[in-house]
Design a protein around this ligand. Structure first.
Ligand code: XMP
Ligand code: MG
Length: 179
């Protein structure tokens, strides 16, 4: 597994420090609001798990699984909900927790959907942001790291469902895609 990584982009220590920082910021901003943190499965699982333990205020959690229509390389922006929330979000302050924003199509659909359910507020926190690839004007409210346009894995991110358990974020060797 480790031998498939060309280079480490972000170390475990860098990630941990950033998550602590983000946890402090959102704890301050959501004080008294009892936010509902929504983890977008599956990539955001490690980030969500670490982030909520850095939050020092009462929160609730829920999970959504979405898949984007289209072929494997281009997302159409139409999203199918594979697993919906268990809780009503009417009047709730919703914080969507994501692993990475790429084209932004998936999240812009999700934000509109959740706003349509009369949430009091809908914000986005993402571990990684790849703004170069954006197809819609979507900016995260809170972001860990802005990264260049490379395919990254680890800390929840996968290639063909693998590498999600790497404790750091790395760039995959080209030969792994092509073999
Ligand atoms: P959008 O709609 O913003 O979708 O294009 C973002 C989703 O695309 C996946 N993605 C990646 N997954 N390494 C990955 O493992 C990457 O570099 C990468 N870039 C985009 C991911 O599932 C994310 O939720
Ligand atoms: Mg994802």
């Amino acid at each position: 597994m480790y031998e498939d990584i060309a280079e480490t982009l972000l170390t475990k220590e860098q990630i941990q420090k950033k998550v602590q920082e983000l946890g402090r910021i959102v704890s301050e901003e959501y004080k008294g609001l009892n936010p509902l943190c929504i983890c977008v499965l599956k990539g955001a699982v490690p980030f969500m798990a670490d982030l909520i333990r850095e939050m020092t205020i009462p929160i609730e959690v829920d999970f959504m699984a979405v898949s984007s229509y289209g072929n494997s390389t281009t997302s159409s922006g139409v999203v199918r909900i594979m697993k919906d929330l268990e809780t009503s979000i009417e009047g709730r302050h919703v914080l969507i927790v994501e692993d990475i924003i790429d084209s932004g199509l998936t999240l812009s659909y999700l934000v509109e959907l959740l706003k349509g359910r009369k949430a009091a507020s809908v914000k986005i926190i993402t571990m990684l942001d790849k703004p170069e690839r954006r197809k819609v004007d979507l900016r995260p409210d809170y972001s860990g790291f802005t990264i260049p346009d490379a395919f990254v894995v680890g800390y929840g991110l996968d290639y063909a469902e693998k590498y999600r358990n790497l404790p750091y974020i790395g760039i995959l060797k080209k030969e792994v895609y092509t073999r």
